[in-house]
Design a protein around this ligand. Structure first.
Ligand SMILES: Nc1ncnc2c1ncn2[C@@H]1O[C@H](COP(=O)(O)OP(=O)(O)O)[C@@H](O)[C@H]1O
Ligand SMILES: [Mg+2]
Length: 258
């Protein structure tokens, strides 16, 4: 089963936006999708019109409740969600021996879906490691701002360590440039420069050719509790995530070291 982690150690890089909108676009195309909100802040959960709970996900991770029993439906047909738990980063979880493997073990108990998407928190703490350990591949969203590349070496190093020590099968699905300013047909100079730098920092083929444009509707849609594909069907954001989805499901997932 394909399990894609959306990860970047920095907050505000577009992880949740990417997780929710890729998941919704895929579900609208008829795939059975499960989104798991691994971030205790619960932004993806709220966007999909649910509330983070105190500890259901923790209990499922620790094997105390059946994971299928904590899955909820969303307003998008085919898109299921495991809501965030506020306590996910608690010592109960992080002090568990082999805690890195808890999410992978939980997924192994679940019915197969077409695609599981994991929204990771914005740090390199134990939950991000657990998320990468459960994943078959990872998407790294990077916003096209001047300061956004600082964290790139950190996520690369972390992915390489997880691959070496915990999850040898982990592959890089792609780096996704987001919040790209456009002027008519033209992309901002900054976004082009960041794109070029990413192709230096990562093997060029690991950078997706789709980019997500800056679109204020991404800031409105969470309050409306609708993914972009429902809030603004056919708009820029919907188009861009559909293109990213096509590229991510089309291309062969690439080895991190390749
Ligand atoms: N393509 C985009 N255009 C405009 N704003 C965006 C875009 N992608 C993300 N944002 C905004 O950037 C902020 C951070 O995005 P979010 O997905 O929550 O990041 P993360 O999950 O990495 O913390 C949010 O306010 C979101 O609305
Ligand atoms: Mg987030």
């Amino acid at each position: 089963m394909r399990v894609t982690a959306i990860a970047n150690p920095k907050g505000g890089t577009g992880k949740t936006t990417t997780a929710v909108n890729l998941a919704a676009s895929a579900a609208l195309q008829g795939l059975r999708i499960l989104l798991i909100d691994m971030d205790k802040q619960g932004s993806a959960t709220q966007w999909l019109d649910h509330s983070p709970d105190s500890d259901l996900l923790v209990r499922a991770l620790l094997g105390d409740v059946e994971p299928e029993s904590i899955v909820v439906k969303t307003s998008v047909e085919g898109l299921e969600l495991i809501p965030a738990s506020v306590a996910v980063q608690s010592e109960q979880v992080t002090s568990e021996p082999g805690n890195q493997f808890l999410l992978r073990e939980m997924l192994a108990k679940m019915a197969p879906r077409d695609w599981v998407i994991l929204d990771a928190p914005g740090d390199l703490g134990p939950i991000t490691i657990m998320t990468l350990t459960a994943a078959t591949d990872v998407v790294v969203p990077v916003p096209a701002g001047a300061m956004e590349l600082d964290e790139v070496p950190k996520i690369q190093a972390t992915i390489a360590k997880v691959q070496a020590r915990l999850n040898p099968g982990l592959t890089m699905a792609g780096v996704l440039l987001t919040q790209v300013r456009t002027y008519g047909q033209h992309t901002s100079v900054l976004a082009r420069e960041v794109g070029e730098q990413l192709r230096v920092d990562f093997p060029a083929h690991q950078v997706l050719s789709t980019v997500i444009r800056d679109d204020m509707r991404f800031r409105e849609a969470p309050a409306a509790r609708q993914p972009l594909a429902v809030y603004d069907p056919g708009g820029k954001g919907d188009q861009d995530y559909r293109a990213a989805l096509a590229e991510l499901t089309d291309r062969e997932v690439i080895n991190v070291g390749a």
